[in-house]
Design a binder for this molecule. Structure first.
Ligand SMILES: Cc1ncc(COP(=O)(O)O)c(C=O)c1O
Length: 351
């Protein structure tokens, strides 16, 4: 049976243009610097310059994963034992974890509710006034808030509060371009609200590997050193940078298609399955709460797999559907019908 894979946008395969660019990439040793401090891989240098210009930051740096990007950024801003404000549902806190684990990097999280992906501003201000906060972290789009796009107006308030206490702000923008697309603004408007930002090339943008971190010159110099310490420095990295260049050039503008497919999916789920509109639904993700079905996410996942749809478990009674380049609108429609059908059957059984 052909499966419709809605687990994540990380399942996207590189495009033929990416594969060609990878094959033809001009490369050098990215770990060796010339007297101007530039690595020797010309393709990587081009990608890093492009990403920095796109986000309006001084410099950017390629890292193998979003997790390493966040770790490098947080290690650059902080020292072991520093207190960091982070949303209760933040990916960096709940999934990546290592940065806050004593045996790894030992930062101390000061968690604040982040409904709809927005930090509670009153609690943020209180934390800044009462604790020696070293950094504030935000996330956009916000994964556990159902792909919520956090608007610049909120982020500017976070920035103003943090900066009033000389505290920098870091953004986990794994899906920054989804946020910008949903908000109909340039990504640089969101990047301007933070001191450092990470975004992934390997999610909806479909590159096989890699994320970028961007920030000011001195910060990025220290970040380069941190990345080296973590083993994130690579050699002929132009082979993957070439795909990243393609991703930035040609894949950002198509993210709206993914959001459109998610709207189709949500509409059909509501119309035919009677599922209520998902919370904070702005981009390419749909969260489904299974409590009304009295079904666990694990059971739901197994049932859907038998019916031809792959879904992702978000929480014990919550699943996530993500649209992306490698599912068509017709497949999204079909998946919505399969899920709706099951939903109705289950409701009937329970009645
Ligand atoms: C919001 C967010 N941040 C960071 C990451 C980590 O990215 P990676 O899987 O490339 O390490 C993810 C991955 O899904 C994510 O959703």
């Amino acid at each position: 049976m052909a499966m419709i894979d809605l687990r994540s946008d990380t399942v996207t395969k590189p495009t033929p243009a990416m594969r060609r660019a990878m094959m033809e990439a001009e490369v050098g040793d990215d770990g060796r610097l010339d007297p101007q401090g530039m690595g020797e891989d010309p393709t990587m240098n081009r990608l890093e310059a492009m990403a920095a210009a796109l986000l309006g930051k001084d410099r950017s740096l390629f890292v193998p994963s979003g997790t390493m990007g966040n770790v490098v950024a947080l290690m650059t801003h902080c020292r072991r034992g520093d207190e960091v404000v982070v949303g209760e549902k933040a990916h960096v806190l709940n999934i990546e974890k290592a940065i806050f684990e004593e045996e790894f990097f030992g930062l101390i999280p000061v968690t604040i509710p982040d409904p709809a992906g927005k930090l509670d501003l009153a609690l943020l201000e209180k934390a800044l006034k009462t604790k020696p906060i070293r950094l504030v972290c935000v996330e956009n789009t916000h994964n556990f808030a159902g792909g919520a796009a956090v608007p610049p107006e909120h982020l500017q308030k976070v920035q103003a509060l943090a900066h009033a206490h000389q505290v920098p702000v870091h953004m986990d923008g794994a899906r920054l371009f989804n946020a910008a697309t949903a908000l109909k603004i340039e990504a640089r408007v969101l990047a301007a609200t933070v001191d450092s930002v990470m975004f992934c090339l390997s999610k909806g943008l479909s590159a096989p590997i890699g994320s970028m971190i961007a920030g000011t010159g001195p910060f990025m110099q220290r970040a380069w050193e941190r990345r080296k310490l973590l083993g994130g420095q690579m050699r002929q990295a132009g082979v993957v940078a070439a795909a990243g260049i393609e991703a930035i050039r040609n894949m950002v503008s198509r993210l709206e298609e993914d959001h459109q497919k998610a709207r189709v999916l949500a509409r059909v789920l509501a119309e035919t399955g009677g599922l209520k509109a998902p919370e904070n639904f702005h981009s390419n993700m749909i969260k489904l709460d299974l409590t009304s079905l009295n079904f666990s996410a694990k059971e739901f996942q197994a049932e859907m797999a038998q019916r031809g749809v792959k879904v992702h478990i978000h929480a014990p009674t919550e699943i996530r559907l993500v649209t992306h380049k490698d599912v068509s609108e017709a497949e999204c429609l079909q998946a919505a019908q399969i899920i709706s059908q099951f939903w109705k059957e289950r409701r009937r059984e329970m009645a």
